[in-house]
Design a binder for this molecule. Structure first.
Ligand SMILES: Nc1ncnc2c1ncn2[C@@H]1O[C@H](COP(=O)(O)OP(=O)(O)OP(=O)(O)O)[C@@H](O)[C@H]1O
Length: 375
């Protein structure tokens, strides 16, 4: 993966200080995750030039927008970026088409044009062009706001909790459109959220922040399975893998999928063999055995090696494992960096850990009781 964003900011508000030095991928979705007040929005505003860090350096795929040592600070209107906020902020007196055109009028004439039909199709809003914003659902308004930002053909898309003002149903409606941005957008996206669901569904790269600092930054599944960060330390912990559909077993209404480390049987999926999908496995749905179980109703039993163990203070512990079935990712998945190793977490009682005498480096079997496909 090429490191193409370098964002280094030191900004002191007195009560709060943002101090980050990040190297991020130049494409794909980077999610900034952290509790309220951890500095996610402040970081996004520094990237946009809406906030000026006293010491800062920002380079987006070769374009330097800030270099305080050289006295360089590009104002926001000169930064080629799209910004999507919690509220869509569409002009109420303009149709959807009018809202999209408004941004375009302000573009520099020589700037390359965005592929508008592609953007409209990507966000599924072709049929809404003549509508007024008041006649759109919350999810449709946000899709138009994202299209308006992309229509500017930005070099980076900044999204600050774009789903926060939507109810559960609307969030579910819009997430598939956001998932499409992975493969279809060439530019990097910085996406702020507190939602673990959005992290699992959207992130390629994950940055975990707290108190103005970066606690962890890395490929999604590596970061999700880091036992030193809080996301991996409770029963909501999960890992996300890319899997590939192998075949359907019509008689059993099952679909077999391949991951690095083996194959899994899932309830029948509406996807053709060869399709790549995201699979989320919660730590609480994974159990550990020392021998390969011979009589179990659980279909998904895979060999694994323990790579880490962290106790919590509620009588449980989280065990990090690496599947050890295959050395290589299935063909077709190898380009996805998070597939190189499919880490897995198991949330078990501390008593079970002691009874099985689990230790790092031990070969075991994992039983995966349930999992869910995210896209
Ligand atoms: N202009 C400002 N002056 C002083 N303090 C500020 C300013 N803007 C933000 N802060 C403080 O900086 C801290 C980080 O705020 P920020 O909005 O970046 O957090 P966040 O992680 O995005 O939070 P949330 O998830 O609630 O939106 C907060 O304590 C906030 O009160």
């Amino acid at each position: 993966m090429t490191t193409s964003i370098n964002a280094k900011f030191d900004l002191d508000y007195g009560e709060f200080r943002l101090n980050v030095d990040l190297r991020l991928p130049g494409s794909g979705i980077t999610v900034l995750f952290g509790p309220s007040g951890s500095g996610k929005t402040t970081l996004l505003r520094c990237v946009a030039g809406l906030q000026k860090a006293s010491a800062g350096f920002l380079c987006i795929n070769g374009d330097v927008w800030q270099d305080s040592e050289q006295g360089l600070f590009l104002p926001t209107h000169k930064r080629e970026l799209g910004y999507v906020f919690q509220e869509a902020n569409l002009f109420p007196h303009l149709t959807v088409a009018g809202n999209l055109r408004f941004g375009l009028k302000r573009m520099v004439k020589t700037a390359p044009q965005a592929d508008l039909p592609h953007i409209l199709a990507l966000l599924g809003i072709e049929h809404l062009l003549d509508r007024m914003p008041a006649h759109l659902s919350g999810g449709e308004r946000q899709r138009v706001a994202i299209a308006r930002a992309l229509a500017l053909n930005p070099k980076i898309l900044l999204m600050d909790e774009p789903l926060a003002s939507l109810d559960f149903k609307r969030k579910q409606d819009i997430l598939p459109f956001l998932s499409r941005l992975h493969g279809e957008l060439q530019i990097p996206v910085l996406y702020v959220t507190h939602s673990r669901q959005e992290v699992a569904q959207l992130a390629d790269h994950l940055v975990i922040m707290d108190e103005g600092k970066v606690l962890a930054s890395g490929a999604l599944s590596d970061t999700l399975s880091r036992l030193d960060v809080s996301m991996a330390q409770d029963r909501e912990a999960s890992t996300v893998w890319q899997v590939q559909v192998v075949e359907h077993e019509a008689d059993y209404q099952l679909t077999r999928v391949a991951c690095t480390g083996g194959e899994l049987s899932l309830p029948r999926l509406a996807a053709n063999p060869g399709t790549t999908l995201r699979l989320q496995v919660y730590a609480r749905d994974v159990s550990i055995t020392l021998q390969q179980p011979t009589a179990t109703s659980i279909l998904n039993v895979l060999p694994a090696v323990i790579t880490g163990i962290a106790d919590d203070d509620s009588g449980h512990c989280v065990v990090r494992l690496r599947l050890s079935g295959y050395a290589e990712a299935p063909s077709g998945l190898s380009s996805v960096d998070q597939v190189a190793d499919s880490p897995l977490l198991a949330y078990i009682t501390r008593k079970s850990k002691l009874l099985l005498d689990l230790r790092i480096g031990m070969p075991v079997y994992v039983q995966i009781k349930a999992s869910s496909i995210l896209n």
